[in-house]
Design a protein around this ligand. Sequence first.
Ligand SMILES: *Cc1c(COP(=O)(O)O)cnc(C)c1O
Length: 405
Amino acid sequence: MSSPPVADFISREERFGARNYEPLGVVLSRGEGVFVWDTQGNRYLDCLSAYSAVNQGHCHPKILAAMVEQAGRLTLTSRAFHNDQLALFYEEIAELTGSHKVLPMNSGAEAVESAIKSVRKWGYEVKGVPDGQAEIIVCANNFHGRTLGIVGFSTDAATREHFGPFAPGFKIIPFGDLAALKDAITPNTVAFLVEPIQGEAGVIIPPAGYFTGVRELCTAHDVMLILDEIQTGLGRTGKLLAEQHEGIEADVTLLGKALSGGFYPVSAVLSNNEVLGTLKPGQHGSTFGGNPLACAVARAALRVLVEEGMIENAAVQGERFLKGLRSIRANTVRDVCGRGLMLAVELNPEAGRARRYCEALQTEGILAKDTHEHTIRFAPPLVITSDQVDWALERIAAALTQDFA
Ligand SMILES: *Cc1c(COP(=O)(O)O)cnc(C)c1O
């Protein structure tokens, strides 16, 4: 089987497409489990998993079957009518996560926006904040998506620059700093929006006990705790939700990415009765949100995650992967961190940009993504085996000890 040269695809993308990404020079055409193949037939171990959207592995056969079956029956009704998948999706995800109410959306950013709208409404109608005064606290180095509302409270220059003016109502505090949260809360604070582990910032794990303290502060001041589990959720860290590591429960939980196993954009806001209970007919919506195809795919994606033991596997393989990364002796490595299969290697600044190590990894048969210049993230699908972890570690060690001088 012959295929046009890689450069052909890339040059066309560059000619016709907006250049808002800087992909590695690999053109993928097929995926199965932890592996993807390029147009030339080379196989790679996927250590990005589409930013944790394919936790269940590429093209999982059971999710595929659910998608094909549903696509041939009914795909979209809009919410003007009921469909026979939405109720089942609600019930199954609510039971699995212990949530009371569910709001289905499409992208992660939409789930974040929907949560912001809902907690503001809750603030005005339940907490009694004067109209237009609601404040939401967020963390420095956050990543919650790319819509205007969200990039307005980003602290990353590239994310914000020349996209303003932005909406007011957000206060930024350092991540992992309880005293800062305490100081930032006012009678008008309606919510604290935070990632359990900051993913795009380079897998930043807060100090032990931080979230217990966060939970206490939020409860004491009647502030809704919104955990953005779009990346950390659905098994990535070795638990269904990362909040379980801390033994706490958010008031609002955001899911996306792996909610569809990578087949289709599906996101959800999960909350207690009060927050989503404020939304009345006509006040919020989405044409595709809660469509039967999305619901059927999400139901299958959740089912295989649990039934096939992927969450437990993430815990076991994550530990193996972390131990292996820590044992790599290379002076390029400054630090290694991770929880479950959400791992990162921070390189010494003298080692140069992380991107060239990702290019070296590509030659070794591993696809990984740099973040913030000096960090490489490793987040393979949760179906990875011990042998595959060991193989990956050998390749990673080889790439990190390579001499670029
Ligand atoms: C990816 C991500 C989002 C945004 O999801 P999109 O589907 O890209 O809009 C929000 N929050 C976190 C933590 C994410 O990792």
